[in-house]
Design a protein around this ligand. Sequence first.
Ligand code: GLU
Ligand code: ZN
Length: 488
Amino acid sequence: MSVRVRYAPSPTGLQHIGGVRTALFNYLFARSQGGSFILRIEDTDQERYSEEALQDLYDTLNWFGITWDEGPLVGGDLGPYVQSQRLELYKGYAEELVRKGLAYYCYCTTERLEQVRAQQDKTKSSFKGYDRRCRDLDAPPEDGAAQPVVRLKVPIEGKTSFTDLLMGTITRKNSDVNPDPVLLKSDGYPTYHLANVVDDHLMGITHIMRAQEWIPSGPLHVLLYEAFGWDPPLYCHLPMVMGKDGQKLSKRHGSTAVRDFRTKGYLSEAMINYISLLGWSYDDQREFFTLQELKELFTLEKLNKAPGVFDYKKLEWFNGQYIRKCSDAQLTELLLPFLEEQQVVDNPVTQEQFDILASALPLIKQRLHLLQDVGEMTRFLFQEIPVPPADQLIPKKHTAKDASRVLKRSLELLEDMDQYSVEQLEELFKAESESMGVKLGAMLMPLRVAVTGSRISPPLFESLKLLGLKRTLSRIEAAVRLLDTIEE
Ligand code: GLU
Ligand code: ZN
């Protein structure tokens, strides 16, 4: 039987690292097995539904190059793939269970349910949840709600087990399962449990790969499959994703929304690569994988039981590596939107600016970690910069006079800069700092800030060469003039 797996997000928030990891692993498993990857929108929670979240889902999967074989926008034989378009179907299945005596109408009002809960809290009852009042009713009660809900009759005795490919057999006493969860709400919408089980069955899903937080729903779902007389799919709950502190990854660790990473200038290839290693590894050596390679190499056997640790620094490092792997043309393509957005170049870029970018590219490529830093790193090449404030020009533990002195000396040294190579300039400044009795850093820092306006820039002497003699000297002169007005 060919593999059919699905990603079934609820469009209630932006796609985050954990969700995308689930999508990716399902996609990779389908591709590695020559199976099908299905996208299903679980939008039965109308209150939390968000159009923006749905758009973000499509944008994110597209950006990663994760394509689905069946689902919204592409269709398929077993659609519709949006749960709000399948309401009649769920209703029919809920009624079938009522007919079979495996589910029942519950007429309890919200007020009654609240009273039951309050009473349980007050008496510190060991039994929590719905008290099953309507489980064996013969007729609707007088004081009942106008629109009943449908609840599953969870067996009171016995146990329910399911086998998880990663975790082994998981067993729960039926008395520990949610007492008679709602399957169909009074507004005719199914709950997650009903819609999820019905759809996984009707869509022929063979393996359910999802986050571990869904394990508690497992026994309940298995009971539902049994009630319908269906075979449950195979389960594989994926390892947790944690922050470096061992806590479940959350906003406390930093942003987790894929959109934020994208805005900062992470490459989709770097993210895919890094995310693929959150709970999976090929062996204990290899770290770099393209999506194409992952599609061939991914196997469930190589999932780890131990949680994946999401390390922001490591991802940033990966991003730098992927930037260095780009061809010049690719990198230019990636950088231009950032430069335009940050108004470093015109939109669209002029030929002259394009040429400047091309000349700076080799330097940028060596230094950049996040595409968004390109503006700060290169603005000085494209635009006149304001004279930097004095405190930026003066190294720690130095005075304005010191900074002015080294800049004046730099001016003299740089007058002939066109005749020297970068290496020769480095030598020259090193020798000079020694003979002036200042540290090399204290000599180069004011120069870097004076010329580039920033403490982070591509390698200094290369930058000066790109900028050219005239602009280099005039920026140093402006900085010196400013420093010389300062009284100590
Ligand atoms: N709609 C659920 C979610 O948002 C799907 C869980 C599952 O995969 O069964 O994660
Ligand atoms: Zn009831």
